[in-house]
Design a protein. Sequence first.
Lengths: 343, 343
Amino acid sequence: MVFKKRRVKLEDIARKLNISIATVSRALDKNPRVKKSTQEKVFKTAEEMGYMPNQIAKSLSSGKTNIIGVLIPRYDEPFFIEVCRGIDQYARNHNYKILISSSRNSYQFEKENLISFEKGLVDGIILSPTHETENVAHLNDLTSKGMPMVLFDNIREEVSGADHVMIDDIKSSFNAVEFLIKKGRKKIAFIGGIKQKKVFQDRFTGYKSALNKYKIPFHEELVLHCNSLDREFEDREILDFFKHLTTSPDAVFTCTDNYGLLAMKTLLKTEKKIPEEVAVIGFGDLGLGEVFVPTLTCVSQPSFEMGQKAAELLIKQLNEPEDILHKKTVVKLETKLTQREST
Amino acid sequence: MVFKKRRVKLEDIARKLNISIATVSRALDKNPRVKKSTQEKVFKTAEEMGYMPNQIAKSLSSGKTNIIGVLIPRYDEPFFIEVCRGIDQYARNHNYKILISSSRNSYQFEKENLISFEKGLVDGIILSPTHETENVAHLNDLTSKGMPMVLFDNIREEVSGADHVMIDDIKSSFNAVEFLIKKGRKKIAFIGGIKQKKVFQDRFTGYKSALNKYKIPFHEELVLHCNSLDREFEDREILDFFKHLTTSPDAVFTCTDNYGLLAMKTLLKTEKKIPEEVAVIGFGDLGLGEVFVPTLTCVSQPSFEMGQKAAELLIKQLNEPEDILHKKTVVKLETKLTQREST
DNA sequence: TATAATAATACAAACGTTTGTATTATTATT
DNA sequence: AATAATAATACAAACGTTTGTATTATTATA
């Protein structure tokens, strides 16, 4: 066959059966306004002719696309992928698809992506703002135009029209550090991420407040805020950090799994025994921790559930009547400490 | 503001300026049929009124959505994510967005996803069929209906209307095994994946033909085809495999990075020295290899480029005239062996 | 058997664009 | 100043659905 087939449409079925398009449409919807025998004829003919509804036309007519836009800062971060899986699962079960875009850690790209979402392709948006995002006017604008939105991970409290899904970062990191302290560790290093991200700020706060509670002096020297966005440079930052330490820590608390692994790797190179001499705890628990020897104790973050919850909140918004103002919901999910060989 | 704003449309601009919708539409397109001064008025008013074009209406009218559907077997496989990144990058630069779905390794879900793509939401499809996919009629059906399609990874040669992007798995694994042989290794174990996937079959073929070329006897005992789809069970399979070996291998060639790591982990537990006693090579090279101690030598697969190439081929198809039959293109990308500490 | 009630279907507008053709306004040509 | 050429714009159909209202066909009621 050389020519591409013209798609079969309702009109074709209608013409073939000598009935109106409206009746065909309603028949396929099993609308009781059309009688059983007609419905059956329509279904049979639609099948025979290979009818496939046109989603675009449906969307235009109904004003709904049943697509959720998801905007993450990067693809190559298992955490975000895991959240997307959670979103996808919940969305799929509720007849929504997801359209994932990456802002590539850029405020500019974030805005561009949101504009493209705004063009009516998506019914609502789930996003994790980039660390570059200082001004959140573009988000507030969008919600005030009536675009349902849910923020997760790097949430911004100033965004008033969107729901928030997060974990209690302060508490989680407090617990992890407290755990180390209770194991008798006193010189606990902290390796965090980009300072502009609220999650990393909070994890740092939790670290400090645990030290504080147990009257353990805080040493600026034991703290590293990784600023690299690129995997390659993280390596080097962490290597340098340990190389320049004047006192050797007896524990390291890191804000991601990957930092935890890199820390262990560096420590092992300097012949440190893990966990005897140095205990290490990572954050996230997305599979990496179990691969390494020794396995890495982690704060287990419910990433998948985070996605599910975000999708749930968004779909709830989508079902709210259009004429009422949305009331912001904030959901905090629980983390737990998964103990492995590194502690 | 309590009520959601009604979206501004071309008609609103037209009414405000007392001109026709068509002129507004053309003005915004910078169509020379409308004079400069009118164009400027229209742009200004559109800006003032906060006009945002409706993508759905555009799509219905133009018959194009500028969306590429991507169907992968699973999200939690860095290889697929990396391919998606490649697709996304190329697509974005050519004014396409991507809609990613997962078939969750199920033939049934694969079909369902394709049906949903067929409903007109996407202009073309890039997919990696699941290992469960025996009958490819659904793929041939779709291409013969005129849906542009590109297959990657687990390609199926029977699909005649789609382009293929792949690596030379036979050659790549042959080279890796030959490398081990040239290093003097004689008892080389093979750890492959699901037997139904062509990539794994080919990598096994390459392994055997390297042994054959160098007259090294093939031992069934040294071969494992991992059948687990779940990360947790892979662990166990590989553990069992090594436990039950009667002769100890002096090298292991594995078909994924993860198998390579698991193999190393298991070997280290039995006090084997890597690479002195056992050399290990993985396949893929998606970051994991560099984290572990020792670092893992890998066949580096150009995943990102694979995605780019797939997107390039698809977009080329999309630009072909509708009335000619597409001629199948097959692209084979080069791999290279990245040497690290494990060999 | 005429009329009312209801079932079944048809008609037509709407969703927001694009685009071919028709029309009107402007400028150039004589 | 009348006409031709062209520039600028308006009109209307099309994309494939959905859905409110109008119409016709069927059955029930008297």
